[in-house]
Design a protein around this ligand. Sequence first.
Ligand SMILES: Cc1cc2nc3c(=O)[nH]c(=O)nc-3n(C[C@H](O)[C@H](O)[C@H](O)COP(=O)(O)OP(=O)(O)OC[C@H]3O[C@@H](n4cnc5c(N)ncnc54)[C@H](O)[C@@H]3O)c2cc1C
Length: 438
Amino acid sequence: MSRSTTAWRNWGRTELAVPAQRFVPSHVGEVAELVRGAASDGRRIRPVGAGHSFSSIAVADDLHVDLRRLSGLLSADVDHGQVTLGAGTRLAEIPALISYYGLAMPNLGDIDAQTIAGAISTGTHGTGSRFGGLSTQVAAVQLTTGTGELITVSAADHADWLDAVRVGLGALGVITAVTLQCVPEFVLAADERPEPLERVLEEFESRCDGADHFEFYWFPHTRTALTKTNTRLPFGAQRAALPPLRRFVDDTLVSNELYRILCALQSRAPATTPTINRLAEKITGNRSFTDRSDHVFTTKRTVRFREMEYALPRGQVPTVLRRLQKLIKERDWRISFPIEVRSAAADPLWLSTAHDRLTGYIAVHRYWRDRDTEPYFDATEEIMLAHDGRPHWGKMHTLTADQLRTRYPRFDDFRAVRDQLDPQRVFANPYLDRVLGR
Ligand SMILES: Cc1cc2nc3c(=O)[nH]c(=O)nc-3n(C[C@H](O)[C@H](O)[C@H](O)COP(=O)(O)OP(=O)(O)OC[C@H]3O[C@@H](n4cnc5c(N)ncnc54)[C@H](O)[C@@H]3O)c2cc1C
């Protein structure tokens, strides 16, 4: 097992940590050894994935464990459509590993740079009112508990814990392997177009119900929504992928390189924001293509930003978005980054943001170099909370255990499982102290 001490930063540059030691175990036995050692020495240990959370959830202030060597495909059960992956496997690696078996993940978020363990631990989701987040795809989790015991949690083993560990916040153990329930490979027909924002808000619920995957972006200071509607088709359906040059121009040059320059300009000269947003709205999001599901679900994001996302009862989305529109206007803020709106099916996972309710998501972003972003995030959070919002665990929010308890009916059941799996709080960090209590 290699070890080192170096500073760690998350992708959004909101967090910086200097752990006492960083470990990169190369087999499951080393993880158990590490956890037992930490427990007997009264140390704290934090499993860390790709560092793509904006909140301080992954901050390791004592021992940092990086699971990158426990990655790749461990086994495939083709009859049941299940695959078991090492915890450190990046989402981007999974399609190539499982397409050999004719399988795909049923839904994905915007990007694929996260590790599978990190993504499920914060309740990472994509969009689609008939589809749950990535954690709902999890059939089994292998983890080392706070006492150093290696267990598997599935419908057959420790079934009572399954709905806790599938969104576990890194509080219940170090995950070493994840079994996913996959679906046969499929393609997506993508339709991306600008539409009047007000009409999209009026039709929001029926658009979500009428499509497999519907989402939209709204650039503040404009009246247009960039909608994305993806339709699932059998794998053999005829494809019309974007030509490589068009994909490079749209997804690399315009969405990242040009956008980076525009964001930097707006950050230095905020008065240019409305004009630039109107330009951004015109040069992006007007295309149709059909391609492999993972190619359509995910894109590359190289312009750094900071993000807050709240899950709302889906019917509240139009009202909340209109309130945000009014807020930005009244405060005369210049907001360069778009607001993203998605949806998900209700699920039974105890700390899933879509627990027990059909959900709409609204995410607000700021360019990472923008100054004085707090008033925007604070005022947004106030509106979200007034509409029964639940914060994404991996994105910026200020909620504490007492506030979260009222938003999650199974909150204390989760804490009881934590008492069993991590009685000494080996996996605690300041974020978990805040959101779960000690
Ligand atoms: C550009 C960008 C786009 C994003 N898009 C989306 C999106 O579309 N939808 C969405 O919902 N979210 C999105 N996110 C948020 C992101 O998916 C989550 O924050 C996710 O948790 C990050 O995964 P990670 O591997 O980086 O984990 P980290 O951020 O490193 O860790 C997250 C949590 O997982 C725990 N963890 C990591 N590995 C293990 C392990 N082996 N065992 C136990 N616990 C572990 C950590 O302790 C921590 O609690 C995005 C983030 C960025 C930066």
